[in-house]
Design a protein around this ligand. Structure first.
Ligand code: BGP
Length: 477
């Protein structure tokens, strides 16, 4: 009862846009994240409310250097191997492979970088888990097409996938199409390169872009199965169950609808068709989607093999305007009220280990496909002691409780879970705030929010704790 399944994939996760840096090196083009600044303008840009397609001198851009993993990946993967990682989840930057997003021929230096990164994983017997698109739209395609609201993005994405499958299909079995695909509704620029024109119906834009991403994802899944018959391709949901604030039916109804907004995407990716309520909801919102017979066929033929998701916290919702005033700061992008039963992280994300089990059960009940927890973790401020040690007992506590809940999900509820990759296994730039001080890693990176620091890596207490968790296959948490 206390062990995880044999061959459980233990590991960690990062995203290129938050760790690689080297933003102009070796022929790379500019991506959304390169123009998303640090500071108070970050959220308005992420949300598509403030248009910024170029860098300027009044802002700093954390992704330009990030933790410079582009030059440190061998050292970093060796540290992951020392912890015993069986899997490493990372993403591929579209603009390293296709600098303009739709170039006919790939950038050989970009391919060589990822080839080397994958080889490094293999050398240490670490299975690569590749996210094809993690908050990354080429700026050139936003200028050309307006991002994912244009149907031509589908072909550009499928072309990228073909190059990736062709080059890396021999070594990569596990693929994810879009990271947190539902983030499109909450951070449209960061999630899907969406900018709104004056007077545009935002719902129309969002759901059109969503339709294009869903088609692109389905086409990628089908192509992956054809080109790499042993591959496993998953979708990826920013998960976290909505709880009704009270048992008032209005609160229950509100929670159900809030969940549906997010499950909408996975409903299509897992079942291959739009849920009836979504079609009706769009109709009520005046959204007109041109779903052709051909589109329906594509969605049906491109359903995913497994469901991956991120889980940081559960969310709570109320229909009562008074309660709604007590807005949760947690994961600023999702609408939620404070749950009085839960503590919160320094960033206001409410901590709820049992919520992971609730969420995993709900997802499995809905889709009956294997699950993969590909993000979970605690963003916290760490202190380096004089002897260079870092005592992050709060992080160990968070992870331990979540892993216990996951173990119960597997052993008591019987739900198939392929693996667990904790988020930001090495400190990296925060997606929502652009900070370095919001750290998730087992490995500390010496860099602060102003960009000072020599980027050296140090092991935190959680490094040794996680090493032992993997060694005992979760028996000792
Ligand atoms: C998810 C993203 C990640 C990551 C994580 C933590 O939404 O997929 O990219 O950043 O959240 O969020 P943050 O960095 O804002 O603390």
């Amino acid at each position: 009862m206390n062990r995880f399944p044999e061959n459980f994939l233990w590991g960690g996760a990062t995203a290129a846009n938050q760790c690689e840096g080297a933003w102009l090196e070796d022929g790379k083009g500019i991506s959304t994240v390169d123009v998303i600044p640090y500071g108070e303008d970050r959220m308005p840009v992420n949300r598509g409310q403030l248009k910024m397609l170029e860098c300027d001198d009044n802002h700093t851009y954390p992704a330009h250097e990030a933790i410079d993993m582009y030059h440190h990946y061998k050292e970093d993967i060796a540290l992951f191997a020392e912890m015993g990682f069986k899997v490493y989840r990372f993403s591929i930057l579209w603009t390293r492979i296709l600098p303009n997003g739709d170039d006919e021929k790939p950038n050989e230096k970009g391919l060589a970088f990822y080839r080397s990164l994958i080889d490094e994983c293999k050398k240490h017997n670490i299975e690569p888990l590749v996210t094809i698109n993690h908050f990354d739209t080429p700026i050139a395609l936003i200028k050309k097409y307006g991002g994912w609201k244009d149907k031509r993005m589908i072909d550009a994405f499928v072309h990228l996938c073909e190059i990736l499958f062709d080059n890396f299909g021999d070594s990569v079995k596990y693929w994810l199409t879009f990271n947190e695909i539902n983030m499109l509704l909450h951070m449209p620029f960061m999630g899907a390169g969406i900018l709104y024109e004056e007077g545009e119906n935002k719902d129309q834009v969002n759901y059109t872009a969503a339709h294009h991403e869903l088609l692109a994802s389905a086409k990628a899944v089908k192509m992956a199965h054809e080109m790499m018959p042993n591959s496993m391709v998953g979708c990826m949901l920013a998960a976290g169950q909505y709880y009704p604030y009270s048992c008032h039916p209005n609160d229950v109804w509100d929670a159900l609808n809030s969940d549906r907004d997010n499950y909408f995407f996975i409903d299509v990716q897992a079942r291959g068709e739009y849920p009836v309520w979504a079609l009706k909801q769009m109709e009520h919102k005046g959204v007109k989607l041109n779903i052709t017979e051909d589109d329906k066929k594509i969605l049906k033929e491109g359903t995913v093999d497994f469901i991956s998701f991120s889980y940081y916290c559960s969310r709570c919702t109320s229909a009562d305007p008074e309660i709604q005033k007590n807005n949760s700061r947690g994961n600023a992008v999702f609408k939620a009220v404070v749950n009085p039963y839960l503590k919160a992280s320094e960033w206001g994300w409410q901590i709820d280990p049992l919520g992971l089990r609730v969420t995993a059960n709900t997802i499995y009940d809905r889709y009956q496909k294997p699950l993969f927890v590909v993000e979970n973790g605690l963003g916290a401020v760490d202190k380096v002691e004089e002897d260079d040690s870092i005592h992050d007992s709060y992080r160990i506590e968070y992870l331990r409780e979540h892993l216990k809940a996951l173990r119960d999900t597997i052993n008591i509820d019987g739900i198939p879970v392929l693996g667990y990759t904790s988020w930001g296994c090495i400190d990296l730039v925060s997606a929502s705030t652009g900070e370095m001080k919001k750290r998730y890693g087992f490995i500390y990176v010496n860099k602060d929010d102003a960009g000072n620091g020599d980027l050296s890596r140090k092991k935190k207490d959680s490094f040794y704790w996680y090493q032992n968790v993997i060694k005992t296959n979760g028996e000792s948490l």
